[in-house]
Design a protein around this ligand. Structure first.
Ligand code: SF4
Length: 440
C-alpha cells in the first residue's frame, strides 16, 4: 500500500476515542455481565456474539475475540469505529436499566480487531476452503462489496472487486469523520479483505473500462455494491461558483487531498439535517472555523441525523438554525460567496457553504445489467432476504439498494448476498462457516 501524504487536513483531527490499552480493555470487559440472550446481540445488524468476544478479551484471548467478531462481521474493524453504538448494541446494554454506564462495545471490538491487524494475522484467523473454480465480480470496494467478496473468498470462490476510484474502502475511506477513523484505518481493512484471497482492482469503472456484459460473461455472478454517486445539488441561484460545495465531496478532499486547506474561512454554513451534515459541521468547528451554522428546514426533533451526534456538534461549537429554507446563494460584485438567503427573508452570511441534502443513486450503472430493476429514486430493486435482482446472475446490496444507510447494514447485506450467491452456485457452505455466523 502506498503511504498517504502527511499534508492532509484530516490529520489535524485526532482520534476522539483512542484504542484501549490492554489493562483498560480487560477492566471494561470485566464490567460485562455476559448476559444470556443478550439484547446487545439482537441490536447488532450483523449479530456479532458480543458477550463471547468480550469474555475472550477478559480472559486474555484477544485473538479468539477477533475471530469471533470477524466471523460475524468481516468489517468489524470499521464498524467498531463508525457504528452509532449509542442506538445499536451499547444502546441496548442492560447496564442502562441500572442507570450505569453501558459497556463500551465499540471500543472493545476495535481493541480486539486492531490487535489482529497490528500483528498482521487477521486473515489467518478465518479458515479458507480450497478453490472451487467459481468466479464472482463485486462492483465497488465499499463495505457491502468487501463483505460479500471476503465471505465468498473464504468459501473458495475467486472474487474480483472492481473500484473506479484509486483507493478501496468506499465511504469508509472517503467519508468517515476523521475523529472516528482516518483513511489509514479503512485501507488497513481493505488489505485484510485482500489477504482473504480477494483481488481488488482500483481505477476500473464498470461501464467505462469494463462493460456489464463483459462481467456477466466472465463471471458466475456479479454483486452490485457501488454505493452512491455525487452530492445532490439544491438547484438554487448562485449555487454554481466558488465557496459552495457538496458536503460529501468536501469531506473527501479533507480526508484525501494533499495540501487541501480552509484558507480564510471564518463563517461556514452546512445545509441539511442528516448525519453527513452534522459530520461536516463538526469537522469545520473542530478545524477552528469560528462560526459554523447548520441550516435545517424543519426543527431539531425532525432531523434524520442522530440526536447524540448533534449534541456533540453543539459541544464542538456548531449552531443549529431551525426552519431555515435556503432560497439563493448571495455573491458580492466579484462573485465571491457572501451568504445564503432564506425563504423567510433572513440571511446567513458565510464564506463557505456545504450542501448535505443527499447523494445521487447509481441507477444508470444498474440498468446496464439486463433484467435489473431500479425504483423511481434510482435505487436497485432486490429481494430483501437475498439481495437477488431480476437478473439471476446479479445481486446487490448496501447504499445502492438502501439509498444510504449504516456501514453495518451494508455489511450485513453483503453477507446475505454472499450466502445467496453461494447457494445459487451450488457451493456447499460448511456448517459453522463465517458467512453463517450471526442471527440474521
Ligand atoms: Fe454485556 Fe451489556 Fe451485552 Fe449484557 S447487554 S452482554 S452487559 S454488553
Amino acid at each position: 500500500m502506498t503511504p498517504l501524504p502527511d499534508d492532509r487536513l484530516e490529520r489535524r483531527l485526532p482520534d476522539a476515542k483512542p484504542v484501549y490499552l490492554p489493562g483498560e480493555a480487560v477492566a471494561e470487559a470485566h464490567r460485562c455481565l455476559y448476559c444470556h440472550d443478550a439484547p446487545c446481540v439482537t441490536a447488532c445488524p450483523t449479530g456479532i456474539d458480543i458477550p463471547t468476544f468480550i469474555r475472550k478479551i477478559g480472559t486474555g484471548n484477544v485473538k479468539g475475540s477477533a475471530r469471533k467478531i470477524l466471523s460475524a462481521n468481516l468489517l468489524g474493524y470499521s464498524c467498531a469505529r463508525v457504528c452509532p453504538v449509542e442506538v445499536l448494541c451499547a444502546g441496548s446494554c442492560v447496564h442502562q436499566h441500572q442507570g450505569e454506564k453501558t459497556i463500551a462495545i465499540g471500543r472493545l471490538q476495535r481493541y480486539a480487531v486492531e490487535a489482529a491487524f497490528t500483528r498482521g494475522d487477521a486473515g489467518a484467523l478465518l479458515r479458507r476452503q480450497p478453490a472451487n473454480g467459481r468466479k464472482v465480480a463485486c462492483v465497488g470496494a465499499g463495505p457491502s462489496s468487501l463483505a460479500c467478496a471476503g465471505y465468498l473468498a473464504l468459501e473458495g470462490v475467486r472474487v474480483t472487486v472492481l473500484e473506479k476510484r484509486a483507493l478501496g474502502g468506499g465511504l469508509n475511506a472517503t467519508g468517515v469523520a476523521p475523529y472516528k477513523m482516518h483513511v489509514e484505518g479503512a485501507l488497513a481493512e481493505v488489505e485484510f479483505v485482500r489477504s482473504l484471497g480477494v483481488t481488488i482492482r482500483t481505477g476500473v469503472e464498470v461501464g467505462r473500462e469494463v462493460s456489464p456484459g463483459d462481467l456477466l460473461r466472465d463471471h458466475d455472478a456479479v454483486f452490485l455494491g457501488a454505493g452512491l454517486g455525487h452530492d445532490t445539488a439544491l438547484g438554487l441561484p448562485g449555487e454554481g461558483g466558488p465557496g459552495v460545495m457538496g458536503a460529501v465531496a468536501w469531506i473527501e478532499r479533507l480526508k484525501l487531498e494533499p495540501g487541501f486547506a480552509l484558507a480564510g474561512v471564518r463563517r461556514a454554513v452546512v445545509i441539511g439535517g442528516g448525519n453527513t451534515a452534522i459530520d461536516a459541521a463538526r469537522e469545520l468547528a473542530r478545524l477552528g472555523v469560528p462560526s459554523v451554522r447548520m441550516l435545517y428546514r424543519r426543527t431539531a426533533s425532525e432531523m434524520s441525523g442522530y440526536a447524540h451526534e448533534m449534541e456533540q456538534g453543539r459541544l464542538d461549537g456548531v449552531t443549529l438554525v431551525e426552519r431555515a429554507v435556503p432560497k439563493a446563494f448571495e455573491r458580492d460584485a466579484s462573485g465571491r460567496l457572501a451568504g445564503v438567503a432564506l425563504a423567510d427573508g433572513r440571511s446567513e452570511p458565510c464564506d463557505l457553504a456545504l450542501v448535505a441534502i443527499g447523494q445521487a443513486r447509481i441507477g444508470a450503472l444498474a440498468r446496464g445489467f439486463a433484467g435489473v430493476a431500479v425504483d423511481p429514486t434510482g435505487c436497485v430493486v432486490v429481494d430483501a432476504a437475498s439481495g437477488a435482482t431480476g437478473n439471476p446472475k446479479v445481486f446487490a446490496g448496501g447504499d445502492a439498494v438502501s439509498g444510504g444507510d449504516l456501514v453495518v447494514t451494508a455489511v450485513q447485506e453483503g453477507k446475505r448476498a454472499a450466502r445467496a450467491i453461494a447457494a445459487a452456485l451450488g457451493i456447499a457452505v460448511r456448517a459453522g462457516a463465517a458467512m453463517n455466523a450471526g442471527h440474521r
